[in-house]
Design a protein around this ligand. Structure first.
Ligand code: PAF
Length: 281
């Protein structure tokens, strides 16, 4: 069932809650791909009711152009979700989410500061605020996020812990194309030439992870990865860096959950990815 107004959503959620049914939320900005569908499968397996939200959240975009060019594929999204047993697709208009007079913002410090937070000022405040609102609107018991946006996932974990939100946040594995490219709505914008070069990102990242876990110098491995990406045709590497996977601070401490994260431009498209850096047992 497609719901577009808060009033209708409240009515439906209240009816489920009255029966003691659990609610799983999959928050999305649409342009769905197999990665999103894997979140829906996880929610379907664990919850009585599943809500998928489709809302291109204006407050998390840094440029009007990026917001305007974000793919919007409502009919295709609905067709992809149809066979999956989703109970509600909630696709509100912006004024349902941000009515006149809206004046509250959630700012998460620490985990939100480096990497995406430093490069995209205000992005995580936009994400945290809309995610908090979606939790409130849907009264979700569990919410499913992709690990592809690793830092976003840590921001949401931090917010939920700090604000005592009664929702369990579940991070699901990144889905990859056969050549390693992480699935993303932005991949649709890659030209054929850029798409052919794109797997170099995951290849460079797995090479760094392998070198660091084998005891290699992190700086050398990261430098080699930058070069490999530029050689493969990437225009610019914004970052490729090792950070603590929970605090998101720079780290090379293999005794902690270590994460390698990268953002790089290819054919005018900004790709991000991350991999765990885990010492061999
Ligand atoms: O990951 C996304 O698609 C968005 O950041 C989210 C979580 C739906 C919030 O707008």
């Amino acid at each position: 069932m497609l719901i577009t107004t808060l009033a209708d959503l409240h009515q439906q959620v209240a009816a489920w809650k009255a029966k003691g049914e659990s609610i799983g939320l999959v928050p999305t900005m649409g342009a769905l791909h197999a990665g999103h569908l894997s979140l829906v499968h996880a929610a379907r397996a664990e919850c009585d009711r599943v809500i998928v939200t489709i809302f291109v959240n204006p407050t998390q975009f840094n440029s009007a152009q990026d917001l305007a060019s974000y793919p919007r594929t409502e009919a295709a999204d609905a067709a992809l979700l149809a066979p999956l047993g989703v109970d509600v697709i909630f696709a509100p208009a912006p004024d349902q989410v941000y009515p006149a007079g809206f004046a509250t913002q959630i700012t998460v410090s620490g985990v939100a500061d480096p990497l995406e937070g430093a490069l995209r000022p205000g992005h995580f405040a936009g994400v945290a605020t809309v995610v908090a609102k979606l939790f409130g609107m849907t009264q979700a018991d569990r919410a499913y996020f992709g690990q592809k946006d690793w830092q976003q996932l840590q921001v949401v974990h931090r917010m939920v812990a700090d604000l005592n939100m009664a929702v369990q946040v579940i991070g699901c594995d990144t889905l990859r194309e056969a050549d390693g490219l992480a699935m993303s709505s932005r991949n649709a914008r890659l030209s054929a030439q850029a798409r052919a070069a794109a797997p170099a990102l995951y290849a460079a990242m797995t090479a760094v992870a392998a070198s660091v876990t084998a005891g290699g110098q992190a700086d050398n491995a990261l430098k080699a990865a930058r070069k490999a990406l530029l050689d493969a045709g990437f225009e610019r590497v914004e970052y490729i860096a090792l950070h603590d996977g929970e605090t998101m601070q720079p780290s090379t401490d293999l005794s902690r959950p270590l994460r390698l994260l990268a953002a790089a431009w290819l054919g005018g498209v900004r790709l991000i990815d991350n991999v765990a850096v885990t010492p061999a047992p």
